[in-house]
Design a protein around this ligand. Sequence first.
Ligand code: 3H9
Length: 719
Amino acid sequence: MARYAQVQGSVALITLTNPPVNALSAAVRLGITEAVTRALRDPKVKSVVICGENGVFCGGADIREFAKPMTGPPLVPMISAIEEGDKPVVAAIEGVAFGGGLELALGCHYRIAHSKARVGLPEVTLGLLPAAGGTQRLPRLIGLAPALELITTGRHVTAQEALKLGIVDKVTDQSAQDLAIQFAQEVIGQPLLPRKLSTQLTPCPPDVDTILDEAMARVKQRARGAMAPVACVQAVRAAVNLPYQAGMQKEQELMAFLFRSSQARALQYCFFAQRAVGKWSLSSGAHSGNSKPRPVTKAAVIGLGTMGRGITVALVKAGLSVVAVETNKKQLEMGKQMVSAMLKHDAQKMNAVPRLDLLHYTTDLSELKNTDLIIEAVFEDMALKKEVFKKLSSVCKPDAVLCTNTSGLDVDELASVTKRPELVVGMHFFAPAHVMKLLEVVRGSRSSPEVMATAMHLGKRLGKVSVVVGNCSGFVGNRMLRPYLDQANFLLEEGATPELVDGALEEFGFPMGVFKVSDLSGLDVGWRIRKEAGLTGPNVDPKDPLRRRQGRRYSPLPDLVCEQGRLGQKSGRGWYLYDKPGGRVATPDPDIHKLLEDYRVRHGIRPRQIGSQEVLERCLFALINEGFRVLEDGMAMGPEGIDMIYVFGYGWPRHRGGPMFYAAMVGLPRVLERLEYYQQVHPDVPHLQPSSLLRRLVVNGSPPLDKWRDFLQRPHSQL
Ligand SMILES: CCC[C@H](O)CC(=O)SCCNC(=O)CCNC(=O)[C@H](O)C(C)(C)COP(=O)([O-])OP(=O)([O-])OC[C@H]1O[C@@H](n2cnc3c(N)ncnc32)[C@H](O)[C@@H]1OP(=O)([O-])[O-]
């Protein structure tokens, strides 16, 4: 797993050979250890170059090995042996040097990078810290503040930035390996001690304690309960306060603690789940490996509202030529100004030129005849969308793919009005569409594999995490959100306040609680949908009592709030009070407390004390329960898809792995027992009846998440 060769007479060339990313598996570590020992012992070898096969230096420790017992030589002594040796060792970095890969390079005496290479210590994103000396060597090399930033965020840096920071010594546009071999010969005989980072002191500015304290405060505020960033700061503090060996000891202790944590398991699960969802498959046998995407060079977006503008920006940023369509000149001009401003703002941040030349604006649908793919992003109204699809079907070229950006409408119904239902697919973007990473790709019953491949491939080009979902009301994300929102409303009826519910959810790790998110999105959105569904407003069945609708319990609280003109942040008042319309800072509102108290009195509800545990169990377990129903109905490929939808689209804390992973961590028997308990206490509250899949899994001994598919009653899929 490491190839050894002697080149240019006196240079030992050690090549890591573990495709695709040369991860430091046990076999690779053994290979490096043996090769380094051989090079250091061979009197004919005067210097050493370490590189990676296939243009990749090293993607770090082999994450797949973390779940297994440790075998093979450990990394720390392997890297120390390189540094302590008496022959200069040069790392030739092409592709990436991440995590243990960069730590290996930091143990070398010199580092040469290709101009396209990237380096970084992303361990924190896996719930770990750089534990092969990274927390001790990097601060010694580049100083405290930049090392803290890189280690606590896991940010990757380009070769150019790495050169500026002093992480690498040279950058080349040619072969890094060739330059490293040449360089390795030039440095023979030069003093090595100054190049051995473990022998150096961390350069310390006078305000070192302030820097460390501020970094700790920053990560605590950002981490939302994640432990790894905090441990990273503690480890770097040791690089300042302790000698190297004691610092290494501290690094190992902190790593041992993190390594066993459920957070590390959750984050590593997310790493693999994110990659797994890209490998989609359909019940027909078609899958990502055997379905070719159609080429898309020219796309169109219909409707330049909030979603359409974001989608247009995302497409242009991915280098596609885009035709943007609006119904009239005024709307078009408004949309154009907004899109241009967004693109300019983005380009400015990246020091680039905005690609306004890729855009063409029109009010004339006939200008779409040469586009390969069209994304309809008009108002969420079935009749309107059908009208647009009918027109598209007649003006677009026969093989153009028609996508709808709907957040829950029936894709089949839309497809049925076109002459090409097999070329229709849902692409559910999340607002703001040029920022949010999630894309639900909705398979209609007639969407062809080729069209699924095209939508998934486009998602990838846009930098999205794209997840294939089935065509059911709300698809996966919004379908599961409904029970979550409902429980939050019922909790208000029973005695909670918006700030109590939000506080518990934020403590759990959501960036914002459910009521703050509703205020941000605008309360009128849901109000309009409920009116259309006959749950409130003039279409309500007069026979329905106030707290029942369509045969089940209903909380009219959100409607009452809207009726008072409280529409959320935009009106300065919603579930919270804001300093001004459009204000962002939410403060608890005594008027809302009064509204809740009056409501309870009116309906004879005696408020009770509600704790965070109940908030979490009611809201999250109801959401998870719906997740099991989604699986049972064959609307998702597996729990990994559901989890990635929640992590990337709904702010589910990544260090808790997503709702289905969380359920497995809590224990399925516990989830079942609590749902049964709440259902017994609140028999008329919907969504608390445990799903049959959850029951079946518990009866069968709660198998691990990757075995859940085996327990689907009808091993069918709507995908
Ligand atoms: C003592 C502790 C020391 C140390 O401090 C700890 C660490 O180093 S922690 C590690 C710190 N390092 C990191 O966190 C880096 C994690 N890796 C990455 O960031 C990206 O994978 C990389 C940029 C390298 C390539 O991106 P790309 O070109 O878009 O390609 P891709 O992403 O699709 O991956 C291709 C395939 O390789 C697989 N695989 C990848 N890396 C690893 C790994 N380390 N291991 C195992 N497997 C790995 C990946 O699953 C996929 O497999 P499959 O079966 O084909 O789905």
